[in-house]
Design a binder for this molecule. Structure first.
Ligand code: SAH
Ligand code: SF4
Ligand code: F3S
Length: 438
C-alpha cells in the first residue's frame, strides 16, 4: 500500500533542497507526498537553528505532531515522526529528552541513511539518533533529483569555515565541502532534461565552492550555462570574502547569470564587522559592489542585516543605515540579533536591550521598504525577461519572476508556461508587477 510522507521545512533554501532530497530518498520505499501532516504516515520536520525563535517553533510544532501521532495510534495505524536539519544537529539529545515520542533524529549530513533509520524505527525499540558527520558525503548516495516545475535548487557547496561570532551554521552544517563539478553538472543536466529552465546553485558559502583543478564558482557557472535548456542561473548565499574576479567576470559575460545578487554584509560599521569576525570592512564591501556593478550595470543587490549585535552603538547603527543608502540595496532580510548557545557573541559584554534592537530593526525595514518600492517603480517601462511558471489568479493570466525575483503577472496563453518571455512592465502593484508582452 502507498505510504505518505509530509515534510515541513523551516529555514534557508538549503533546507528546501534537503527536504526535496529526503523525499527522493524515501520514494523507493513507497512514500508518496502527502498534502498535510494529517494525511501522512511519516512526518519530517526539517528544522532551522539560526535564531532562537526558529528553534522554539520546532518544539511547539512537535506538541501538535504528538496529538496526530496519538490519534493515528488509536485508529490502529502509525505515524513515524522525524526531526531533521539544524536543530536536530545542534540539540538532538535535547529533542529526545523533551519529546521522547520522536522516532528519528537526523542531521543535515546523514539523510542518505534515512531508509535504514526508517527500517530501524519501524522495528520499534526506541528512537534512532544519527547526527554524525559521516566521512562519505551524502551526495554520493542520493538518487537522481526529481524536478517540480521550471525552477530548481541545486546544492553545490555545504558548510562554513567562516565562524562569524553570531552564527550557528559552522556547528550545525560542519566544515566547508564542495561537490565535485562532474556530480553538479550531471544533476544540472538531469534537471534540465525534466524541464527545468532556471537553476539556483546553493551553498552556505556558495562562492566558496572550489574544485580540485582550481576551478572556482565562476567557472562552474559557465559550465552550467552551457547546458541545453538552462536559461537562467542564480547562486546564493555568497560571502564577500569569496567573491573572486572569475565570478565577477561571469556577471559581465554570461547572459544566463541573473543580474541579482544576495551578498550579505550584516553591518555598515567597521567596529561591528570586526567583532562579528566577518573578515572584511565596510570599504572593501563597497569597492566590491562597485566592481560588480561595473561588470554588470543592471545588477541589483540584496543583503542580510543584524541589528543590535553586542556593543552596537547609535553611531554604528547610523553607519549601517548610511551603507544601505549608499549601496542602494533593493531588498534585504534583517533580523534582531539573537544570542545563540555556543557562539562567541552570546558571551560578549554590552548586549543590546531588546527594545533598541527592535527600534533599529524597524528603521532598517522602513528604509528598505522605501528602496524596494523605488526600485519597483523604476522598473516601469523596462523590458524584462520573465520566466512564466504558473497560471495567475485571474483567467488568462500567467505569473512568473523577473530577473530580480519580483513576481510579474501578464495576460498570456497557457502554453507559455515554462518559457522565458520578453515583457514590458507597465504597473507596480503592492506585491507584484504587471506587464504586457513586449
Ligand atoms: N551564509 C550566509 C547566511 C547564513 S544565515 C552568510 O554568510 O551571509 C542567514 C542570515 O541569518 C545571516 O546572514 C544573518 O543575517 C542571520 N543570522 C545568523 N545568525 C543570527 C543571529 N544569531 N541573530 C540574528 N540573525 C542571525
Ligand atoms: Fe554563518 Fe558567517 Fe558562515 Fe554565513 S559566513 S554561515 S553568517 S558563520
Ligand atoms: Fe537555518 Fe540551518 Fe539554514 S540553521 S538558515 S536551516 S543552515
Amino acid at each position: 500500500m502507498a505510504k505518505r510522507l509530509f515534510v515541513k521545512t523551516y529555514g534557508c533554501q538549503m533546507n528546501v533542497y534537503d527536504s526535496a532530497r529526503m523525499a527522493d530518498v524515501l520514494a523507493p520505499l513507497g512514500y508518496a507526498s502527502a498534502e498535510s501532516a494529517e494525511d501522512a504516515d511519516m512526518v519530517i520536520l526539517n528544522t532551522c537553528h539560526i535564531r532562537e525563535k526558529a528553534a522554539e517553533k520546532v518544539f511547539s510544532e512537535l506538541g501538535r505532531m504528538r496529538k496526530l501521532q496519538t490519534a493515528k495510534a488509536e485508529a490502529g495505524s502509525r505515524m513515524i515522526l522525524a526531526v531533521a536539519g539544524c536543530v536536530a544537529q545542534a540539540e538532538g539529545a535535547e529533542i529526545l529528552r523533551r519529546a521522547p515520542f520522536v522516532d528519528i533524529v537526523l542531521g543535515p549530513q546523514t539523510y542518505h541513511r534515512l531508509p535504514e533509520m526508517v527500517a530501524q524505527a519501524a522495528r520499534a525499540g526506541g528512537a534512532v539518533l544519527d547526527t554524525e558527520f559521516p566521512p562519505e558525503p551524502k551526495f554520493d548516495f542520493l538518487p537522481e533529483s526529481r524536478a517540480e516545475g521550471t525552477s530548481a535548487f541545486l546544492s553545490v557547496q555545504e558548510g562554513c569555515d567562516k565562524f562569524c561570532t553570531f552564527c550557528v551554521v559552522p556547528y550545525t552544517r560542519g566544515a566547508e565541502y564542495s561537490r565535485p563539478a562532474a556530480a553538479v553538472l550531471a544533476e544540472a543536466r538531469a534537471l534540465a532534461s525534466q524541464g527545468v529552465r532556471e537553476l539556483t546553485l546553493l551553498g552556505q558559502n556558495v562562492n566558496g565552492w572550489r574544485h580540485d583543478d582550481g576551478w572556482t564558482l565562476g567557472r562552474l557557472i559557465r559550465e552550467v550555462a552551457a547546458i541545453d535548456g538552462i536559461e537562467r542561473i542564480r547562486y546564493t548565499t555568497s560571502h564577500p570574502r569569496d567573491m573572486d574576479d572569475e565570478l565577477i567576470a561571469a556577471h559581465a559575460e554570461l547572459p544566463e547569470l541573473m543580474p541579482f545578487l544576495h551578498l550579505p554584509v550584516q553591518s555598515g560599521s567597521d567596529r561591528i564587522l570586526q567583532a562579528m569576525n566577518r573578515g572584511h570592512d565596510r570599504d572593501t564591501y563597497l569597492r566590491l559592489t562597485e566592481k560588480l556593478k561595473a561588470a554588470q550595470p543592471d545588477l541589483a543587490l540584496s543583503s542580510d542585516f543584524i541589528t543590535g549585535f553586542p556593543g552596537e552603538t547609535d553611531q554604528d547603527f547610523a553607519d549601517t543605515m548610511a551603507l544601505i543608502r549608499e549601496v542602494g540595496f533593493v531588498q534585504t532580510y534583517s533580523f534582531k540579533y539573537s544570542p545563540r548557545p555556543g557562539t562567541p557573541a552570546a558571551l560578549m559584554p554590552d548586549q543590546v536591550p531588546e527594545k533598541v534592537k527592535e527600534e533599529r530593526l524597524a528603521q532598517v525595514q522602513a528604509l528598505l521598504l522605501e528602496q524596494t518600492m523605488a526600485f519597483n517603480q523604476s522598473c516601469v517601462g523596462r523590458e524584462m525577461k520573465v520566466l512564466l511558471d504558473r497560471p495567475g489568479r485571474h483567467a488568462g493570466q500567467l505569473v512568473g519572476r523577473s530577473p530580480y525575483m519580483q513576481p510579474v503577472h501578464v495576460k498570456a496563453a497557457a502554453p507559455l508556461i515554462g518559457t522565458v518571455a520578453r515583457l514590458r512592465i507597465v504597473k507596480v502593484h503592492p506585491n507584484s508587477l504587471e506587464a504586457v508582452t513586449a
